[in-house]
Design a protein around this ligand. Sequence first.
Ligand code: 6PG
Length: 244
Amino acid sequence: MEKPSNVFVFETAEQLAIAAAERFVDYEYAFHGEPDRFSVALAGGNTPRRVYELLATERFKHRVEWAQVDLFFGDERCVPPDHPESNYAMVYETLISRVPIPAKNVHRIIGEGNPDESAKLYENQLKTFFAGRTWPCFDFVLLGMGADGHTASLFPGDAALNEKTKWVMATRPEGSKRARITLTVPVFNRAARVLFLVKGAEKAERLAQVLRPQSGAEPKPVQMIQPVDGSLEWLVDTAAASLL
Ligand code: 6PG
C-alpha cells in the first residue's frame, strides 16, 4: 500500500522530534501580533518529551512568543503533579520551567483529586477559555499512539470513546489501578491541527493497521481522531513505519 500523504517518516527519533518542534514554532508564529492566543493541547507519555526539551533550547525558545501561548493537556494520569507518572510533571520539567511562559497560561488537569470532579473542573476551565463556543477549538494538538491503538487516555472499548457532549472525562485503562482524565474525541476533532507522534518498532504493526481502514473492524481510538475542519498529520520514525 502506498503510504498516505499525511504520514511523514524520519530516519531517527531525533529528526522526528525536531520536525514536531518546527511545526509548533511555525504554527505559533502565525499568531504573532494577533490579539488571538495560540492554544495547544499537549500529549503525555514518552515520545513528546524530546519535543518539549527541544522547544526549550536556544534553537527554538526565542522563536516563540510564550506570553501568547496557552498550554493545555490532552490527558493526565490521576497522580499528584510531582509524581513520576504525571504528564504535567514531565512537561514542567522539560518545557514549562525552562521557558518564559506566564504561569496563568499553563492549564493543568488536576490529577490528585476525585477523577470525575477533576474532569468537570477541567471542562469548566476550558469553557471559560473557549467562551461562547459549542466545542473548544485548539490551534494545535499533539497526540501519541499506544501499541493497542489508544490515544490520549481514550482506550479501546472504553465508553468515553462514544461521548458526544462532554469535553472531558475520567477513564480507566483495563487492568490499570489508576484512573486517567482525558479530552474527548469531539474535542480533538475540532482542533485546527492534529499531529500524531509515533516511534519504535513495537508500534509498527498497529500503525500499519490503523492507517489501512478495514471494513467491519471496530475502529481503534486513534482512528476516531478525524478533524472536522482541521489538518491531521503523522510524524513517525522508520522503525514504526517499517510495515507501511
Ligand atoms: C499518556 C498519553 C498516551 C500516549 C501513548 C503513547 O499520557 O501516556 O497521552 O496516549 O501518548 O501511550 O505513549 P508513548 O509515546 O510514550 O509511547
